[in-house]
Design a protein around this ligand. Structure first.
Ligand SMILES: C[S@@+](CC[C@H](N)C(=O)[O-])C[C@H]1O[C@@H](n2cnc3c(N)ncnc32)[C@H](O)[C@@H]1O
Length: 370
């Protein structure tokens, strides 16, 4: 994968700090991110041990064989370090302020960690028995109206996307999977957003984050750009409820809707972002979402995309990506891996302008042609 096409230049406002202050800032960043990596790696290791015990009592899960290279732990830690160094550089280049990822009170951390470990045996049981349709067993309220492809226990998680309990541990689960690097991966989308905002009054930008979940990108975007307003759109009412509670921002509003049927007028938005949505969609729906993004963007507007690496982006990761669907119940991931996203977007008038790989993800900016 070409690392960065069309480099995004530093902000003119970027202020070089005196060397000692710069060193202090880097040290603070390294300490904060390092302790997050340690926290989530410890959880991952504890989960692995629990799973080894649990497997003794569960039917043996089908053998999953990677069809390609799998990176070593060392290689992955190296790529996380590279991502953090790019993140820090973006702070120094003035694209966004120093992040404060996932700062939790000790009580919150304890409760979330406990809820995470309580779900580990349930996830292991579903993985071993192939149970990924439990959310369909007792459909009531909003869930009965949701599309069939959406009503599944994605990631083998309890309740899929359909409860607040699931929403409350979702980010923690993802961080255990990505060793605490999730927020830095999402933040790659803020680099082109920062560039757009240099030429614009933040208050006048019409911005929507598609499939915002619990606010993983919307929150940091509103924090980084203090006059920006944003709409978080998602199909899960419980995930939006948690986003509302977490973000507590009067600049955020929320819409429960399908990404493939956007409730916005033609050519009405300046920026649409989406993080970790496309790999969760059947390929037919992916095409509809791209058409909708192209419809609602103004000419010259940007689609900021972050999702998993695809096959061949970083060939050393191809084998690891190939086992995700079975290990984490990702029913549409295999087709996502081969999807020609640039081609699909180009076919709908969205031209790829910038792309970078960021550990296990790719961040891309598409611009709607005039
Ligand atoms: C993997 S999560 C990503 C959430 C968030 N963007 C993040 O960065 O963590 C996928 C999200 O997509 C939402 N979603 C899936 N299919 C959707 C659809 N067709 N329309 C709207 N939201 C959808 C789910 O409810 C869930 O919140």
């Amino acid at each position: 994968m070409s690392e960065v096409e069309n480099k995004i230049s530093p902000s003119r406002k970027s202020r070089r700090l005196p060397p000692l202050l710069s060193l202090a800032r880097r040290t603070r960043y390294a300490f904060h991110q390092g302790s997050r990596v340690a926290l989530y790696t410890l959880h991952s290791e504890a989960m692995r041990r629990m799973n080894r015990q649990l497997q003794k009592e569960l039917p043996s899960a089908p053998n999953v064989k990677p069809n390609g290279p799998v990176p070593s732990q060392r290689r992955m830690l190296g790529d996380i370090a590279k991502l953090f160094s790019e993140d820090m550089k973006s702070v120094e280049d003035g694209h966004y302020p120093m992040p404060s990822d996932g700062t939790m009170s000790p009580r919150e951390l304890f409760n979330t960690s406990r809820a995470f470990f309580q779900d580990v045996p349930e996830v292991a049981r579903r993985r071993a028995t192939g149970a990924h349709q439990e959310v369909n067993e007792d459909l009531s309220g909003f869930a009965s109206k949701l599309p069939r492809y959406y009503r599944q226990n994605f990631h083998f998680q309890t309740d899929g996307w359909l409860s607040e309990e699931s929403a409350r541990i979702y980010d923690f689960q993802v961080d255990v999977l990505f060793s605490g690097a999730t927020a830095a991966m999402r933040r790659r989308a803020l680099v082109p957003l920062a560039q757009l905002l240099r030429r614009r009054d933040q208050r006048s930008l019409a911005y929507v984050d598609l499939a915002c979940g619990t606010g993983g990108l919307l929150g940091p975007a509103l924090k980084a750009f203090p006059r920006l307003k944003g709409i978080g759109l998602d199909l899960s009412e419980p995930y939006l409820t948690v986003a509302r509670k977490r973000l507590k921002s009067h600049r955020a509003t929320y819409v429960t809707a399908l990404a493939e049927e956007l409730p916005f007028a033609d050519s009405s938005l300046d920026v649409v972002s989406s993080v970790f949505l496309f790999h969760e969609l059947p390929s037919k729906v992916r095409r509809l979402v791209i058409s909708e993004v192209a419809r609602v963007l103004k000419p010259g507007g940007s689609f900021l995309f972050v999702d998993s690496l695809q096959t061949g982006d970083v060939p050393d990761y191809d084998g690891l990506l190939s086992v995700f669907p079975q290990l984490f119940h990702e029913p549409y991931f295999t087709s996502y891996l081969e999807e020609d996203l640039a081609g699909l977007c180009a076919g709908r008038g969205l031209e790829q302008r910038w792309m970078t790989s960021a550990f296990l993800s790719r961040a891309v900016q598409f611009v709607k042609l005039r």
